[in-house]
Design a protein around this ligand. Sequence first.
Ligand code: 0XW
Ligand code: MG
Length: 367
Amino acid sequence: MRIERINIYTTALPVKGGVYRMASDDVESLDSTLVEIVTNDGLTGWGETCPVGPVYQPHHALGARAAIAEIAPGLIGSEIASIRLLAKRMDERLNGHGYAKAAFDMAFLDLLGQRLGVPVSTLLGGALTDRVPAYYSLIVGSPEETARIAADKVKAGYPRLQVKIGGRDLEEDVATVHKVWEAVGYKARIAVDGNRGLTVASAIHLDRLCQAIPFVFEQPCNTMDEVATLKGRVTHPVYLDENTEDQNAVLRAISLGIADGFGFKVTRLGGLTKMTTVRDLCAIRSLPHSCDDAWGGDIIAAACVHLAATVEPRRMEGAWIAQEYIDGHFDRKNPVVIEKGHIAVPQRPGLGVKPEPGMFGKPVATY
Ligand code: 0XW
Ligand code: MG
């Protein structure tokens, strides 16, 4: 099975509700890039990469497409058999840019799964479950409104909430965390996500002012060095998200002992194959983590869920997919959906999702 053609598409994913607010940025519509690989035996494999705007992490949609343009011509004619060989070929075309390579890695695995008749979770080492937990991400908002939505989402079955804070007065952040805790208590696990927005001083204050509330503190400050200085000075467990820019960053954080867990993004880490390495490193040190991406439609959602199914459930912090913030699905027949706060793992060969034919219009590039 050889790569005959690669089509690149783009699609806009407007945010349901108008705006997705984080400490680092407000976003209103996300620009997703889709990779369709067509093989000589008529199979098609799909990949996707969709940064949540250009500010959240050092990725942007135009950057992804520029990187794809460097890589794609060098893949034509390649055999879809060894994922490692394909990764090497991509590295020979372009240094870095894992978030663009991630879309190809997804498409390779989608094709290999279809060819072998197995779901992608099997290619990632094997599923431990057929249903993974999701979590609900509450955007930066007023304490009252955030607590009201939190209670609703717990009632709807979400086992975990992520409360976004930062970019405003400490008083409002502290009040938000308290109100959410009063509203949901032990009924859901809570992560408080600063999205790099707090100074070390504010992070220490927030930690003290919310001392008795059992939450994990996600990416409170901008850099890994700042977060490292929190060790021993805050009582809440600290998780890294945006700072895990590649596998080496994860290795560094684990070996320095500065992260109690992670919010992983599949494309940021360079794709599903690279994620299996950090998944296994986390298993060695009993570190919990999520299997998310920053944004995306059904292709990315399926990728996150296949990977999440291979993580030991006691360390699985949930698969975040953008469904609650986008309208519709790429695959209306077999969409990836959250039901009662959980997501069924696709059982069909490959990723198990296929965009409706023609839904993205004409390709923006073909190789
Ligand atoms: C909740 N997310 C997975 C969605 C947005 O990309 C932000 C992100 C996070 O945890 O920071
Ligand atoms: Mg986060």
